[in-house]
Design a protein around this ligand. Structure first.
Ligand code: NDP
Length: 449
């Protein structure tokens, strides 16, 4: 197993996020490999960690000042063992091959957990939508799709949104795909309701994460009612995490963006959340604007020289990291534990460093790793694909019921797999083992492809 990891590190030495994601999975599945020696003979680890295809391309576009800009675009088609490649597009200046390979690798196991027939992929660009006009975003999306269209399709690869890619971007991308192919198909998910989108898709990742947290708490005969919660981020996942937490009677005291965070001792209620949604989604402004409207709250600018994030130092019962990778390090995790946190449910992908994860597991808190707890987004994307294929739309209650069932079944399979491999209560082991087995069995059935 360690040979496989070393091989990957030697082959792509600069890809630290990818190595981090692979290491976690390989450590979890060691007992599976011990029980199944044929996996080594079939070089399963070497195959499952090597993308089926990596596409990288140039994206030239013109800004509003008439200047030519050039960005880099990617699509990682990681695994099609159990269905067409499926996974989001991220537009953020930090995007590179390492980040997208880590996200695509995680996506493979996450999608397997949903029980829906979806392989894993991820893509995006180092384009920064912040501060760009709608016209600039449209020109960029159109240029991006002018290359991506030849690699994707409703039965091949179905991208969705991620950081920096919301309803506006999906609309521009879909419009260009439709024009180039002369086809109106379910090639992207996260579409607007009036042209093929699914109800509950915007809410799905946040709602699903809270449903998963409720399932974890139920194993200890507890609920979210009255729990004080820390939420990071203020984008799609964070907003709907807060909405569902409020519906279930919890109190949320923080939100953040890449510039800083707000702390509202009185709690972010439904009216304040509506203001945040307006601030972030319509005005495309910063979370610091919250304290202009609610001056009793405190805004703290992010200090990059600090080796910890003060958001996680506020005493609370539950934490929902919903911004980005590695946003909780070992020091932050130790502070959460010192403040008696009982649950961490990850809305973001890999928001906890390996040191933080070790601390959660040592202290036996309820810890839902992203590939299980944030799978609700891709699950409803899968439901959007089904609705597109059938050319019908399910009502809100129907999609929400299916989402809840899927999150419950992911929770059950994590618990059962962890128990089967003698690690009861360890959702990291449970998620990795269950996802791995499903994908590997499909790979074995399909031969060397
Ligand atoms: P959005 O772009 O809607 O929001 C991202 C939020 O995180 C913003 O508040 C953003 O702040 C903040 N953020 C982004 N990068 C950083 C950074 N480097 N440091 C601090 N804050 C940062 O994205 P989503 O809400 O869709 O995604 C959030 C997380 O959830 C990501 O990890 C994503 O991969 C994961 N996820 C998303 C799913 C989905 O359905 N959308 C599905 C499953 C997982 P700012 O405004 O300053 O950029």
């Amino acid at each position: 197993m360690l040979d496989a990891l070393q091989f990957i590190k030697d082959r792509d030495p600069g890809q630290k996020e990818f190595h981090q994601a692979v290491q976690e999975v390989l450590e979890s599945v060691k007992p599976v490999l011990d029980r199944n020696p044929e996996y080594a003979r079939m070089r399963i680890l070497e195959r499952i960690t090597e993308p089926e295809r990596v596409i990288q391309f140039r994206i030239p576009w013109m800004d509003d000042a008439g200047q030519v800009q050039v960005n880099r675009g990617f699509r990682i088609e990681m695994s099609s063992a159990i269905g067409p490649y499926k996974g989001g597009l991220r537009f953020h200046p930090s995007v590179n091959l390492s980040i997208l390979k880590f996200l695509a690798f995680e996506q493979v196991f996450k999608n397997a957990l949903t029980t829906l027939p979806m392989g894993g992929g991820k893509g995006g660009s180092d384009f920064d939508p912040k501060g760009k006009s709608d016209t600039e975003v449209m020109h960029f999306c159109q240029s991006f799709m002018m290359e991506l269209f030849r690699h994707i399709g409703p039965n091949t690869d179905v991208p969705a949104g991620d950081i920096g890619v919301g309803g506006r971007e999906i609309g521009y991308l879909f419009g260009m795909y439709k024009r180039l192919r002369n086809e109106f198909t379910g090639v992207l998910t996260g579409k607007s309701l009036s042209w093929g989108g699914s109800l509950i898709r915007p809410e799905a990742t946040g709602y699903g994460c809270v449903y998963f947290a409720s399932e974890m708490l139920a194993t200890r005969n507890d609920t979210l009612q009255g729990k004080v919660c820390l939420v990071s981020g203020s984008g799609n996942v964070a907003q709907y995490t807060v909405e569902k937490l409020l519906q279930l009677g919890a109190k949320v005291i923080t939100l953040s963006d890449s510039s800083g965070y707000i702390y509202d001792e009185e709690g972010i209620d439904a009216e304040k959340l509506a203001y945040v949604m307006q601030l972030k989604n319509i005005k495309r402004a910063r979370i610091s604007g919250y304290v202009e409207k609610y001056p009793h709250a405190v805004y703290t600018e992010l200090d990059p020289t600090l080796d910890c994030n003060p958001l996680w130092a506020h005493p609370a019962d539950c934490a929902f990291p919903s911004a980005t990778e590695n946003e909780i390090n070992g020091r932050d995790a130790a502070r959460l534990i010192a403040n008696n946190i009982m649950l961490v449910a990850e809305g973001a992908n890999m928001p906890s460093t390996p040191e933080a994860v070790d601390i959660y597991l040592e202290n036996r808190i309820l810890y839902g790793p992203g590939k299980a707890s944030n799978a609700g987004g891709v699950a409803v994307s899968g439901l959007e694909m089904s609705q597109n294929s059938m050319r019908l739309n399910w009502p809100r209650e129907e999609v929400d019921r299916r989402l809840r069932e899927i999150m419950k079944s992911i929770h059950t399979v994590c618990v059962e797999s962890a128990e089967k491999y003698n690690q009861p209560g360890n959702y990291v082991a449970g998620a990795n083992i269950a996802g791995f087995l499903k994908v590997v069995n499909a790979m074995q059935d399909q031969g060397l492809v």
